[in-house]
Design a protein around this ligand. Sequence first.
Ligand SMILES: [Zn+2]
Ligand SMILES: [Zn+2]
Length: 208
Amino acid sequence: MISHLHADHFADLIPYGFALRFAPRQQPVPIDPWPGTDEPARPKLYGPPGSNQFLTDLDDTWSLGQHFEQAFETQEYDPHGAIEIGDLRIRFCEVPHYVTTFAMEVTGPGGGRITYGADCCPNDALVGFAEGTDLLIAEATLPRPERTGVRGHLTAGEAGEHAEKAGAKRLMLTHISDELDPETAAGQAGSTYGGPIQVAREGLEIEI
Ligand SMILES: [Zn+2]
Ligand SMILES: [Zn+2]
């Protein structure tokens, strides 16, 4: 699922796509130790409206051939509708950012909810969308508000404010620069939100 078409939210799909297209295990003929397959993995890739053309243009600009189309089953989501993937249900909410961006809610079969805020500046839409959620995953990009005055991201303190106003049961901070300290970010969020706070990291698994 792609929330918006900024490079930090889709660029990793390019090397992943190469793995899907060219990995030995994905080939129709046996390549030891892989037996060969007629059904190579071609995962569904959902993007916002306009993303199919965007990815085709990217293929052309970077001379990638039909990279995205061959590696993935690309599809645009309707942000006014819902998508079912297995026993998960996904809904969308547009949030203010520099380009058209959608927050997402994933609801599991037991009713557990994860709300992902994508990239956004402070806004009420996310607060309403995340009301009572089990886990709000919020960006905490900034060490301080944008100096130009044009808002597009959140500070960790503002991420905490959104979780507090929404009554989220837990908060996870993400989209933090690796030049910033996760502990400091969690501390700042803790000054505005009274619930449990975690900072996202690669490989982290949580249960909702
Ligand atoms: Zn962005
Ligand atoms: Zn981003």
